[in-house]
Write a protein that binds this ligand. Structure first.
Ligand SMILES: C[S@@+](CC[C@H](N)C(=O)[O-])C[C@H]1O[C@@H](n2cnc3c(N)ncnc32)[C@H](O)[C@@H]1O
Length: 250
């Protein structure tokens, strides 16, 4: 389900950025927030034999799925449960770090990226692709309004999204040279609210976290109503993303 909904979008970012990476033979690659492993497995397919392929993710279910996928594909990748904020890897040991669609969830991004820089060898590169401000603002407002109306209490279910400038600042503060950065805004109509809600439940499950069981039906109805067309025009949600490639200089 996850790979069918979000996976293909995320792989698009990888395909776009991977040609900007210059690697020697048999690189070591670390995939942070690897999910089901699609990025590192695709990188291995594109790049050929690698010395080491390691994926790290907080969620044991994702790690389990990634292990199954690697085994089925015959790729010698290792996947472990771990926190991006406290990577248990040797300093200077990776040629490439992938971090696709995770960075916006990190609570202390500057600290986490400093850990990436430590894990890279001098000259190594990091790909970060993430949701950026003001991505999904219209959708976030609908969820917040439904929550306030029904439950009355404030709730933090999505961290403030990074701006491209913030991402650039975090990379530079970690001693990384930003080689490429692109920012994309993509407003799209919501033509099928239920399909959109199913997708958001897969990629951002925090939107339903903490909903009291006896309020779930009303919450769903209020959010669905909030996404309805108005005056014959579909509800629009603006996707916003920032994609970058950076290098550790020394
Ligand atoms: C939207 S998914 C992206 C997965 C994968 N990178 C992809 O492109 O398909 C976000 C993933 O980040 C993981 N994650 C979130 N915070 C994390 C953290 N602090 N450390 C490691 N993984 C994290 C989640 O468990 C989830 O699998």
């Amino acid at each position: 389900m996850y790979d069918q909904t979000a996976g293909m979008t995320y792989l698009g970012a990888l395909w776009k950025l991977l040609p900007r990476v210059k690697l020697g033979p048999t690189p070591s690659i670390l995939d942070v927030g690897c999910g089901t492993g699609i990025n590192i497995l695709e990188a291995a397919r594109v790049l050929g034999p690698c010395k080491r392929l390691l994926g790290v993710d907080l969620a044991p279910g994702m790690v389990e799925e990634a292990r199954k996928k690697a085994a089925a594909a015959g790729v010698p990748a290792t996947f472990v449960v771990g926190d991006a904020d406290a990577l248990e890897v040797e300093e200077g040991s990776f040629d490439l770090i992938l971090c696709n669609s995770v960075y916006h969830w990190f609570p202390d991004r500057r600290h986490t990226v400093a850990g990436f820089a430590r894990a890279l060898r001098p000259g190594g590169q990091v790909i970060i692709n993430c949701v950026a401000s003001p991505g999904f603002d219209e959708w976030i407002s609908v969820v917040d309004a439904a929550w306030k109306k029904l439950f009355g209490t404030p709730r933090d279910w999505v961290p403030p999204l990074p701006t491209p400038t913030e991402l650039m600042g975090d990379l530079r503060a970690a001693g990384l040279f930003v080689e490429h950065l692109e920012y994309e805004l993509d407003p799209a109509p919501i033509t099928d609210a239920q399909a959109f809600l199913r997708m958001m439940t897969v990629i951002a499950p925090t939107w339903v976290a903490g909903v009291p069981p006896n309020g779930a039906r009303a919450f769903m109805a209020a959010v669905t109503q909030g996404l309805a067309p108005m005056a014959g025009r579909p509800f629009m949600v603006t996707g916003a993303g920032v994609a970058s490639v950076s290098r550790k200089m020394n």
